[in-house]
Design a protein around this ligand. Sequence first.
Ligand code: NAD
Length: 266
Amino acid sequence: MSAIQGKVAVVTGAASGIGREIAFELARGGAAVAIADLNEAGAQSVAADIVKNGGRAIGLAMDVTDEAAVDAGIARVVAELGGVDILVSNAGIQIVNPIEQFAYADWKKMLAIHLDGAFLTTKAVLPHMYGPGASGKSRGGVVIYMGSVHSHLASPLKSAYVTAKHGLLGLSRTLAKEGAKHGVRSHVVCPGFVRTPLVDKQIPEQARELGISEEEVVSRVMLGNTVDGIFTTVQDVAQTVRFLTEFPTAALTGQSFVVSHGWHMQ
Ligand code: NAD
């Protein structure tokens, strides 16, 4: 039996792409999953698919940058699913531009979704993880932040993304230290390029900005430094997240796991 059987997971940004596959993978492990996304219809539809496949899931509207919406969403998860054991802070967007042309409003929006969203969802779930579990001790839990190879490397045009993804390492490492006495572990999972709507949107944008063809964006910019020229898949990332949620002790905490076909080796 999986170690996450009967646990409760919240996955943000799970109406699409990587988050959607993580929600399915955790449900396959027997966790009840709350799909929290700006796109409520998308969240409901993913939850319905999980339920159709025999899993337990609810979909909810949540803007991760809105403290009241995050708090209300987590309160609903606790009321309907009985607590929170796993948070996967995954919601994210991409905006590319050279720094001198980067609109301040876009910079703030990027940091709000990636960093404020990670902070607010963490802050909302911790009282439930720190509170008493069945044994009377802290319930404990696992928090996974969706970083990126850009948590470790920089690329042109991605100042806000690179800054935010680096920032998640700091939040995760601090939580690993603060949460340890309550049985809470935390990690950053760092994918290379994964073919999702977020990446598909960037291909023509980067081709325009860099003055190269879309094929070159894929073969040179996105996959040029991998060992095999292959995109990372949503399943690769979801399986890594599941492994970390199932790992039993704090032998693994405060770590960063790069899933990138060898693009970045640390
Ligand atoms: P995606 O566009 O397929 O999905 C992102 C989801 O986040 C969408 O469902 C969207 O509605 C939701 N979202 C956006 N803003 C939100 C908000 N304010 N509140 C709640 N939900 C919101 O993107 P993806 O590629 O699956 O990306 C998921 C995460 O993985 C992001 O954090 C991204 O930075 C990271 N990542 C992606 C790649 C990649 O190559 N696709 C690589 C490394 C890291």
